[in-house]
Write a protein that binds this ligand. Sequence first.
Ligand SMILES: NC(=O)C1=CN([C@@H]2O[C@H](COP(=O)(O)OP(=O)(O)OC[C@H]3O[C@@H](n4cnc5c(N)ncnc54)[C@H](O)[C@@H]3O)[C@@H](O)[C@H]2O)C=CC1
Ligand SMILES: O=C(CO)COP(=O)(O)O
Length: 336
Amino acid sequence: MGIERVAVLGAGSWGTTFAKVIADSGPEVVLWARRQEVASAITETRVNADYLPGISLPANLEATSDPAKALDGADAVVLAVPSQTLRVNLSAWKELLPADATLVSLSKGVELGTLKRMSEVIREVAGVDESQVAVVSGPNLAKEIAVGQPTATVIACTDHDRAVDLQHACSNSYFRPYTNTDVVGCELGGACKNVIALACGMAAGLGYGDNTMASIITRGLAETARLGAALGADPLTFAGLAGLGDLVATCASPLSRNRTFGERLGKGETLEQAQEAAHGQVAEGVKSCSSIRELARANDVDMPITEGVHMVCHDGLSARDLGAALLGRDRKHERQ
Ligand SMILES: NC(=O)C1=CN([C@@H]2O[C@H](COP(=O)(O)OP(=O)(O)OC[C@H]3O[C@@H](n4cnc5c(N)ncnc54)[C@H](O)[C@@H]3O)[C@@H](O)[C@H]2O)C=CC1
Ligand SMILES: O=C(CO)COP(=O)(O)O
């Protein structure tokens, strides 16, 4: 049967861009925006000026602020809201979800308090089996994809056939999704890289160069993989697009909100100043550094960069002192 109609819930940078990716791949798309004026502006001008200025959205993409209208008859429901808001948003949409629709998470984070991954939140709130939930994660900076620059990504779902259906629905000349059944690994890769990108940003803000970046990226991958091993992920996932791929893109790119946020902290700005400069756009790592830290501690996993980022973001440590603290730890074997 395949996927012919898709609801995308969340009209921020990535929600709008991913809606365009699907529409450019063939299916009809209805994009839900929280604010009615954003939906109306998209309908009238074909542009989401707040999040993707200058990008013309295709004709088979319509916008609405009515979730019932967006979800009516959808074969797949794409959730594109900040991770810490997913539970509340999805609870409000629960009764409107079409029975067998694939529920797709775009959010990269771990929920504060419950320490759940986004697919776990979706399963719990929607009351569906894990086979109905998919995750899209990879090196996917929205602004590059919106202008048609080529990239690849991973669609993870324990039900391979469902992943393949979704793969068909979002494959086009600039977007190449691969399937994977390792949902745990793909989600952890996406959540943890935001925290490591904050650390890279801090290093950049302090004026450090490529050796420092490469060291943080590589040791960041090592601690992410340690957490993954403890939680049952396939280690090879971290060498793939949702692991190394996304980590490198986010840590290196000035387009990344997390890296940019870290850079501001590295230059001595306060959390509040960096938040203000983000203009309401989410830098997921600022909150996920706390939940990932708790998840690591609960599983007896050592994540020194994540611990340090948490201290800078929430405990008043300076970025410079974080560098000194990381370098001053006990010496150890690379594989530990
Ligand atoms: N922007 C990017 O390049 C990418 C983002 N992601 C992930 O996708 C998720 C969404 O990111 P973006 O679309 O970039 O975020 P954004 O900050 O650009 O937009 C968030 C959207 O969620 C809506 N929203 C609904 N309820 C909300 C609430 N209670 N509080 C705040 N906003 C609410 C906002 O109105 C807005 O449309 C995040 O988890 C992010 O990590 C993943 C890949 C790429
Ligand atoms: O997830 C992303 C790229 O894959 C986007 O990263 P930021 O949220 O840091 O902008």
